[in-house]
Write a protein that binds this ligand. Structure first.
Ligand SMILES: Nc1ncnc2c1ncn2[C@@H]1O[C@H](COP(=O)(O)OP(=O)(O)O)[C@@H](O)[C@H]1O
Ligand SMILES: [Mg+2]
Length: 380
């Protein structure tokens, strides 16, 4: 594919906040952006040149997207891969391609891919029947995390089980006629992630490691650089780059990792798109993960992944008690704080409404300023 120069039109499947931040980056470079999303007034639709309001599998909508866009991407991995395959069959380039999407939206294919690639993952096994549960308890062991293979996010569709009785009831709750995955529960020291991007030239380059804290399985805060040894950080970035190379991905992606005793790094999962834990790159790097996504899909050289300052990113979630965020004005008194809100009109409980990033000379200083800013925010 020849380089897609600014002025061209980029398509994106999905109109959420990741699409919105992609659109900002693309617009800043002079591209036009069209998003396809089923919901009216989507966060990306608000800032894109236009939105095609349709289902992801609506063939006439996909045709329209293919006809109007020079190259296409997607902003989340739970879209039906048939949508991407349909675009490819029309001769359209989609980055990352449907093969990458298929692997990363299926936890079993993903874990097999990673272990075949020689990367360390939690021991796992497919479970498709109550008998399989017995076998998994012996072969993989307990405690375990049982997950649906597809469709899960933010910890939805999974259960942590300590014994076989709990495994049986989790199986009953989660099983819908498709295999589940039984993973050994990893006693990790920290959860880390690395956002990286691989260009059309096949070179993958990783950003510094994020250290992630989750609350109720939803990302709460990312601290960059992660407070881990230099050995572990180098390993984490090398693993992320290896994942990109083995996948042959073109685009920005994220590798979620577990840090274990002895500076061990295990891969948890892959997201074939920019990631919440990489939002710090918007404010702490010359070239954000979203700009990298644009550059990669257009065949442009990638930008620097260096961070200019330590940063802490905090997610702002809805609370289900009002749609106005009070205290933003007070939080902005901290002048090294950058606020991002996603234009969602309803602040339902736990809905990702925005985030902010605080930059400081040290991680500790950024953390204390970020905590102080968070304490000022309330929905009403
Ligand atoms: N094998 C595991 N061992 C320990 N904790 C796990 C394991 N798998 C998942 N978790 C925990 O559950 C969270 C969500 O699981 P993950 O596989 O990342 O699914 P999601 O797609 O919902 O993000 C992880 O961030 C981690 O805290
Ligand atoms: Mg995850």
């Amino acid at each position: 594919m020849p380089t897609v120069l600014p002025g061209a039109t980029l398509g994106i499947l999905g109109g959420g906040q990741l699409g919105r931040m992609f659109a900002f980056a693309a617009k800043r470079l002079g591209y036009r952006v069209i998003t396809l999303d089923p919901s009216r007034d989507s966060p990306c639709g608000q800032v894109a040149d236009s939105q095609i309001e349709a289902d992801y599998l609506d063939e006439s909508a996909l045709r329209r997207l293919a006809e109007t866009c020079d190259v296409i991407t997607y902003e989340f991995e739970n879209i039906d891969a048939r949508a991407v395959e349909f675009l490819e069959a029309l001769g359209k380039t989609v980055h990352p391609d449907s093969r990458v999407l298929r692997i990363s939206q299926d936890r079993l294919l993903e874990k097999k891919f990673l272990s075949d690639a020689g990367l360390a993952v939690a021991a796992f096994m497919a479970v498709d029947s109550p008998e399989d549960l017995e076998a998994a308890a012996v072969k993989i062991g307990l405690p375990a995390v049982i997950k649906t293979v597809r469709g899960g996010y933010d910890g939805k569709g999974q259960a942590v089980v300590a014994d076989t009785a709990a495994a049986a009831s989790a199986f009953q709750r989660l099983y819908r006629g498709h295999p589940l995955i039984w993973e050994r529960k990893i006693p990790f020291l920290k959860e880390l992630s690395v956002v990286a991007c691989r260009g059309i030239d096949g070179v993958a380059s990783a950003y510094p490691v994020s250290e992630n804290a989750h609350v109720d399985n939803i990302l709460d805060a990312s601290v960059v650089p992660a407070r881990i040894s230099a050995v572990a950080a180098a390993k984490a970035r090398a693993v992320a780059e290896a994942v990109g190379d083995k996948l042959g991905i073109v685009g920005a992606y994220c590798v979620e990792l577990f840090l274990v005793e002895g500076d061990g790094i295990l891969v948890n999962e892959i997201a074939p798109r920019p990631h919440n834990s990489g939002h710090y790159t918007l404010d702490a790097c010359v070239c954000s993960q979203f700009e990298q996504q644009v550059r990669a899909m257009c065949g442009l050289p990638l930008g620097s992944t260096a961070v200019m300052k330590p940063s802490v990113m905090i997610n702002v979630l809805g609370e289900g008690n009002g749609d106005t965020l009070y205290g933003v004005d007070e939080a902005m008194r901290e002048e090294n704080l950058a606020f991002h809100l996603y234009g969602k009109s309803r602040a339902a409980a736990k809905r990702k409404m925005g985030h902010f990033t605080v930059l400081a000379d040290t991680v500790d200083a950024a953390l204390s300023k970020a905590r102080a800013a968070r304490a000022l925010l309330r929905w009403g």
